[in-house]
Design a binder for this molecule. Sequence first.
Ligand code: SF4
Ligand code: SF4
Length: 382
Amino acid sequence: MKKLGFGCMRLPLQGEVEDIFSAENIDMNQLCQMVDTFIERGFTYFDTSYVYHNGKSEVALKEALVKRYPRDSFLLADKLPTFSITKPEQIPAIFEEQLERCGVTYFDYYLLHNIWETNYDVNIVPCDEFGFARRMKEAGKIRHLGMSFHDSPEALDRILTEHPEVEFVQIALNYYDWNSEFVQSRRCYEVIRKHGRQVIVMQPVKGGMLSQVPQSVKNEMNQLQPDMTPASWAVRFAASLEGVIMVLSGMSSIQQMMDNTSYMQEFVPLNQKEQEVLVKAVGVMKQSKAITCTQCRKCDEVCPKNIHISDIFATYNTIMRQREQGLNINVELNYYRPLKRRQHGGDLCDACGKCSAVCPVQIDVAKELKLASEFQDENSFW
Ligand code: SF4
Ligand code: SF4
């Protein structure tokens, strides 16, 4: 199976668009062309969900894919909206609606969508959502059972221990977040592999952020691979990892599809030199930032409230970088609440000033902390 999957959360659109994720005016002609190109080039995996494009992504796939190709010539992944379910009796109706919207009798891959620990404890366990999915698998309506996950490696370890039936986990994984405190791609990946499960990657290009790298990084990339785009480096980084069975790319135009399929048709893993370029790239990208924090962590050590100040600054800087590039920051902020739950949030600060006294780059830490914390509190959607 080729490792590139068609993520159907940002399909091509017609006319003016305010929010690309909820827009319903899908350009069906272009989508059919993209589906044809994808399949002609030997790719088979399509990823949708109950909520993408307000449910119209599933319907669009029925028209562009399911009605036009034999059922056994493609793989369809769909997701149960765990975050919308508060009673067990809601689940069968949603599942049947998904089958009907997609025009299929089974899903090749089915995921519990967007799991974080609070949602797991408050909704998913009481509603026995895994139990429902297991029963659908036994009934032949699901071929492979998995989940998509946005929380800490510790929470992931707990959930995988409690659910041996989960065959694969979909996580945000990219070279920028490989060692980040926020998304923690590497640590989550390692937990999944420790449990012997397979990995599906989302956000390999970090919502588009890694398709626009600084010029010095681009020059280094071009020296080794003159014909490859920065986005291709990011996708190849994720696909090079052992245990990764699929890398999803949310493709919105035929041009993006032509680029992605060109280098993933005969996929070549990154070599050592290419890996080194990406390590340097992260360093360069993190130099330009809204708060000039060097991540020395001296403030964390002296804060009497035990606030993880440097992590809050690092995440704020990443979000500001995405905003500068005109990218959607919601996916990033998906990680904010779990991080706040694990660590003490900036709202506990009493402005004692101990942090600023030790900061080697003279940041007014309490002031910047208030700014960064309030921004994330106000913009986080759960
Ligand atoms: S000013 Fe706030 S963040 Fe800084 S040390 Fe005091 S409580 Fe901690
Ligand atoms: S002491 Fe200053 S530079 Fe060091 S982590 Fe804290 S804010 Fe950043």
